[in-house]
Design a protein around this ligand. Structure first.
Ligand code: ASP
Length: 439
């Protein structure tokens, strides 16, 4: 049995955190492959090493003196090394980094050093072998991740190894230069490594005990989600609930490897298990609630529009022409409403409306701003009678006017539109009815 374990930045922000991580890894000999992030924040006012590296490199690129900020970064690593009493010096590594900064090796190279150096420390601390991710994770010419080449090289390399540390977040371009994934990308590296060694579990260790039923900034101490499917997670993360990089699910999902989100500061907690499918019932009818504010509803009315072939396509073209992405599109017989992001739409409002006029010649259009969308997600909803009814009566009791309802055909989620001002109250009302009172 092989487990791949990825640790996030806050789990590796200091020597104390490293020691917790060491205990976790040593507690299970199956935890053979380790993916570290760069050191994160030690407290809310602290700066992540990745951000320090970006800032430091910006100076180098502007031909300004970057020695002091680079020494500050070195201090962060030295305090970990000294705190763990390791016999290790990063002196030579920092000489190379200085030279490469002067030679303008790129912002991706700079940022990747956060994980690279933390990987060296981690390998030394655990007595595991260190694999530079540049040798095993590859990108294509245009920047897309090269899954095929990576899998071939990485699986071969890991095959012969008992244990190894592979730093997260980066790999190499065909010309050998360094490229990173987008921010938070160490999650993706962990998933790729899990697939390459055919792991039975991908453990993703962070600073929360897994996914929560609702946002803790809105609901005090929300219940944790014990088990969630990839599809449910995708719906929730799209609506803003983030525990994992969005692209991290794809490699393991294809390989049928579950992900377990765990808390480094509470290793006894089971965390959340993310699986392809499960017959285990969720604790509540719903699995989770998430939402986002800041939408505009564009309503388009035209008599007998349902008989006009291509009406919807042309209406959507008006948005496409101006690069506006569409969030939701509930429709009636002679009306359709298009939900778009307010921020994206505001500057282009009049251009879109005039394109609409030209393309579909509507009888009537209306714009409504400051709306929020809430997704109530749950695999259990389709087999339960009255779920929608309960949501609506909870919202009615809380005096909330529902502006839009959209149930996906998979019955995995119900999307509700409310005004921005009602957003928090609506989430509380839905949480209460399903979780607190378990109605
Ligand atoms: N260190 C990188 C970041 O801050 C990648 C990661 O932590 O996953 O985004």
């Amino acid at each position: 049995m092989v487990k791949v374990v990825k640790f996030g930045g806050s789990s590796l922000a200091s020597a104390e955190q490293f020691a917790k991580v060491g205990d976790i890894i040593r507690a299970d000999k199956n935890r053979r492959f380790v993916i570290p992030s760069a050191p994160g924040k030690r407290n809310s006012k602290d700066t992540k090493v990745t951000d320090m590296l970006y800032a430091c490199y910006a100076l180098a690129e502007a031909d300004e003196d970057f020695r002091v900020p680079l020494m500050k970064i070195k201090d962060r690593y030295d305090s970990i090394i000294n705190g763990l009493k390791l016999n290790l010096s990063l002196e030579d590594e920092f000489k190379v980094i200085t030279e490469n900064f002067k030679a303008k090796a790129g912002a991706d190279y700079a940022a990747s050093r956060g994980e690279y150096l933390n990987g060296i420390i981690m390998a030394n601390y655990l007595g595991y072998e260190f694999i530079d991710a540049a040798e095993v994770i590859f990108f294509e010419e245009e920047g897309a991740f090269d899954a095929e080449k990576t899998h071939k090289v990485l699986s071969k390399r890991l095959e012969k190894m008992e244990n190894a540390v592979v730093p997260g977040f980066y790999g190499s371009n065909p010309d050998g230069s360094i490229r990173t994934f987008s921010r938070g990308g160490s999650d993706i590296t962990g998933s790729i490594v899990a697939k390459a060694c055919n792991a039975s579990m991908y453990e993703n260790w962070t600073d929360v005990s897994g996914c929560l039923v609702a946002d803790p900034r809105i609901i005090k101490n929300p219940k944790p989600i014990k088990i969630i499917t990839y599809r449910e997670l995708r719906e929730l993360s799209y609506m803003g609930a983030s525990v994992l990089h969005e692209d991290a699910v794809f490699p393991v999902r294809k390989a049928g490897i579950p992900i377990n989100i765990r808390n480094t500061n509470d290793p006894e907690a089971d965390g959340t298990l993310i699986v392809d499918s499960t017959c285990q019932k969720a604790d509540y009818t719903i699995t989770g609630i998430a939402g986002k504010k800041g939408f505009v509803a564009v309503s388009i009315d035209k008599d007998q529009m349902n008989q006009e072939v291509g009406f919807c396509r042309r209406a959507l073209q008006a948005f496409e022409e101006h690069g506006i992405s569409i969030e939701h599109m509930p429709s009636g017989i002679d009306t359709m409403t298009v939900f778009v992001h307010q921020e994206e739409f505001e500057g282009k409002e009049q251009q879109v409306m005039s394109s609409l006029r030209r393309l579909v010649d509507p009888d009537f259009t209306e714009l409504e701003a400051d709306l929020a969308l809430i997704a109530v997600v749950g695999r259990g909803m389709k087999s339960q009678r009255g779920t929608a009814g309960r949501i609506f009566s909870a919202l009615a009791h809380a005096n909330i006017n529902i502006r839009m309802i959209d149930q996906g055909s998979s019955e995995l989620n119900i999307i509700i539109g409310v005004s921005n001002d009602d957003f928090e109250t609506a989430i509380k009302a839905i949480y209460d009815i399903f979780v607190e009172t378990r109605l």
